[in-house]
Design a protein around this ligand. Structure first.
Ligand SMILES: NC(=O)c1ccc[n+]([C@@H]2O[C@H](COP(=O)([O-])OP(=O)(O)OC[C@H]3O[C@@H](n4cnc5c(N)ncnc54)[C@H](O)[C@@H]3O)[C@@H](O)[C@H]2O)c1
Ligand SMILES: O=P(O)(O)OC[C@@H](O)[C@@H](O)[C@H](O)[C@H](O)CO
Length: 492
C-alpha cells in the first residue's frame, strides 16, 4: 500500500492519473477558505484541469482552515503534500479517479493567523475564494444585515486580538495591502447563496466599517466580489470511500473526495487583478449569473430540502433511495414545475424541463451515496435562503404554495427530534436548541416553529401560508410523512 505523497506519485498505478505538471514550479495565486469536500471536487479540480494543460501555473491554491475541526484537513493534506484523490462516480458504477495537485499549501489559521494574513497580503495572491457554508457569511436571513454581535466577530474587533474569523483575517490582509499601496485581491464566493458575491460584499464591507469606516469605504470601492453559481453534488467522505481507494488503486489517501460526474460553474467576470482562464476548463464566464443561481438554488438546493425531511421521516437514509421512489420523485417534480419554475427567468442555453429531469437522475445516482443527514443539517441556514423566497414570490403573485409550505412543515416535524417510530433524530443545526424546543411545543401551539421572525420574517402574518402550514403539519402528526405525501400527490 503506497501512502499518497509527492514522492510516490510516479509509482502509482497507471489507472490513477496524476498531475502532469511540475508542482514544484507552481506559484500560489489563490487563497481558499473552507477546504472541504466541495472545493476539492470543484474549484481545485478546474485548476488541476488547467494545470494539466500547462495553464494557470501561477494560480495554485493555498488552503486555509479557520474552524477547530479543520485541523484534521491540515494534517491530512500536509501528510500528502496537498495531494488527494478525486473519484467521480457514474450511475453505472464506472469510476473516474484522478490525483489532484492544485492545492500547493495549507495553513491552519488558529495556529498562526499572522501567516494567513501575510500570505494574502503577498502580491502573488490575486484571488481569495470561499466555501465557508451559508452560515459563514454571518447575516440575518430576513434582514440581510451583518450580525455584529456574533461573539467571534466581537473578539476580532477588539484591537490587539489575533483574528479568528474569515472576516477578521481577510480584512486584516486587505488593510495591509492598502497600507502598502497594493491593489486588493478579488473575493470570490463559491457558496450556495443567491447573489453570493453581493452577500459577501455586504458582509465584508459591514465588518470593515466596524474596524474603521475609511477602510470600509475603501473595501466597498476597490474590492471586486464576483457572483457565481456552483454545482456538483459532493457527499461527506466516508471510511468506505477511503477503503475503496485503497483496494482499487493501492493508495493510502487520508481524505479522498467522491462526487458525481455532473459539474457546473457560472461565474461573473469581475477580476481586476486577473484570473485563471477558467473558460478553458469548462467554466461558463457570463455577464449575469442571477438566472443560473436562481435556477440552481430553487430547483436543486430547495429540492434537496424538499426530499430530506419527508425522506428521513419515511425511513430513508440515502438520497438515491428517496428519489428512486416515484412518490418522492413526483412530489419534487410537482414542486419544481408548479411552484419553483414560475419564479424563474428564462436561463440562457438551458432547457428547464430537461434540467429538472436531469436533477432527479442526479439525485438517483446510487454510486454517490449522498446521505439524507447531510441535507438535513444546518437547515436554518438553508430553508430561509432557498425555499422561503419561492413561497414569498408565489404569495405575492397568487401562485401555488402547497408543496413548498409542506416542506417547511416537514422541517418543523423533523425538528421535534423524534421520528415516527419514537427514535431520536440527531438534529444538526447551530440553532438546534431553539428549533427543537419550539418544535416540541407545536402539539399545543401549531404555529410555534414558524413564529421565529429571525427565520421566517412575517410569513406567520399571512393567512394563506398559515392555513396551508397548519393543515400539512396536522397531517404529518396524525397520518405520518408518507401518507401526507400521498395526499399531496392528489392535490389539484
Ligand atoms: N457539497 C456540495 O455538494 C456542495 C455543492 C455546491 C456548493 N457547495 C458549497 O460549499 C459549502 C461547503 O460544502 P462542503 O461539502 O465542502 O462542506 P465541508 O463540511 O466539507 O466543508 C466546509 C468547510 O467550511 C468551513 N466552515 C464552516 N463554517 C465556517 C465559518 N463560519 N467560517 C469559516 N469556515 C467555515 C469548514 O470548517 C470546512 O472547512 C456548502 O455550504 C455550499 O455553500 C457544496
Ligand atoms: O452544501 P449546502 O449546505 O449548500 O447544501 C446542501 C446541498 O443542497 C448542496 O451541497 C448540494 O449538494 C450542492 O449544492 C449541489 O451542487
Amino acid at each position: 500500500m503506497l501512502p499518497l505523497n509527492a514522492r510516490n506519485l510516479s509509482s502509482l498505478p497507471g489507472e490513477l492519473p496524476v498531475p502532469a505538471y511540475d508542482r514544484g514550479a507552481l506559484r500560489t495565486g489563490i487563497v481558499h477558505f473552507g477546504v472541504g469536500g466541495f472545493h476539492r471536487a470543484h474549484e481545485a479540480m478546474y485548476l488541476d484541469r488547467l494545470m494539466n494543460d500547462g495553464k494557470a501555473l501561477d494560480w495554485a491554491i493555498c488552503g486555509v482552515g479557520v474552524m477547530p475541526a479543520d485541523r484534521r484537513m491540515r494534517d491530512a493534506l500536509d501528510g500528502q503534500d496537498g495531494l488527494y484523490t478525486l473519484v467521480v462516480k457514474a450511475p453505472d458504477g464506472t469510476l473516474e479517479p484522478r490525483v489532484i495537485g492544485s492545492i500547493k499549501e495549507y495553513l491552519f489559521a488558529p495556529d498562526d493567523p499572522e501567516a494567513v494574513i501575510e500570505k494574502m497580503a503577498s502580491a502573488d495572491v490575486r484571488i481569495v475564494s470561499l466555501t465557508v457554508t451559508e452560515g459563514g457569511y454571518n447575516f440575518n436571513a430576513v434582514t440581510g444585515e451583518f450580525v455584529a454581535d456574533n461573539p467571534d466577530v466581537q473578539h476580532d474587533l477588539q484591537p490587539g486580538n489575533p483574528p479568528k474569523t474569515t472576516f477578521g483575517l481577510i480584512t486584516a490582509a486587505l488593510a495591509r495591502r492598502r497600507e502598502r499601496g497594493s491593489a486588493p485581491f478579488t473575493i470570490m464566493s463559491c457558496d450556495n447563496i443567491q447573489g453570493n458575491g453581493h452577500a459577501a460584499r455586504r458582509s465584508f464591507v459591514a465588518y470593515a466599517n466596524l474596524v474603521d469606516p475609511e477602510l470600509g469605504a475603501w473595501v466597498e470601492e476597490h474590492v471586486a466580489f464576483p457572483n457565481s453559481m456552483v454545482d456538483r453534488i459532493t457527499p461527506v467522505t466516508t471510511d468506505d470511500d477511503r477503503e475503496e481507494v485503497r483496494k482499487r488503486f493501492g493508495v493510502d489517501d487520508a481524505w479522498p473526495v467522491v462526487c458525481e460526474p455532473f459539474t457546473q460553474w457560472a461565474l461573473e467576470d469581475a477580476f481586476p487583478l486577473g484570473r485563471p482562464p477558467f473558460e478553458d476548463a469548462g467554466v461558463q464566464v457570463v455577464a449575469d449569473v442571477e438566472p443560473y443561481e436562481l435556477m440552481k438554488l430553487r430547483l436543486l438546493n430547495a429540492s434537496h430540502q424538499a426530499l430530506c425531511y419527508f425522506g428521513y421521516l419515511s425511513g430513508f437514509r440515502l438520497v438515491h433511495d428517496v428519489t428512486q421512489d416515484s412518490l418522492f420523485a413526483d412530489f419534487l417534480l410537482a414542486y419544481m414545475d408548479r411552484e419553483a419554475t414560475p419564479t424563474l427567468e428564462p436561463v440562457p442555453g438551458i432547457d428547464l424541463d430537461e434540467y429538472k429531469h436531469q436533477l432527479i437522475d442526479r439525485f438517483s445516482n446510487a454510486q454517490v451515496k449522498d446521505t439524507v443527514a447531510r441535507l438535513c443539517a444546518e437547515s436554518s441556514d438553508r430553508i430561509p435562503k432557498w425555499l422561503l423566497p419561492v413561497i414569498r414570490h408565489n404569495l405575492e403573485t397568487g401562485g401555488e404554495i402547497l408543496r413548498a409550505t409542506a416542506v417547511v412543515a416537514s422541517w418543523a416535524r423533523y425538528a421535534e427530534g423524534v421520528d415516527e417510530q419514537g427514535q431520536k433524530i440527531e438534529v444538526v443545526d447551530r440553532l438546534r436548541d431553539t428549533l427543537v424546543a419550539t418544535a416540541q411545543r407545536q402539539a399545543e401551539d401549531p404555529l410555534a416553529f414558524i413564529a421565529n421572525r429571525d427565520l421566517f420574517g412575517d410569513l406567520i402574518d399571512n393567512e394563506r401560508f398559515v392555513s396551508t402550514y397548519r393543515s400539512v403539519l396536522a397531517s404529518l402528526h396524525s397520518k405520518g410523512a408518507r401518507a401526507t405525501l400521498e395526499e399531496l400527490a392528489t392535490a389539484s
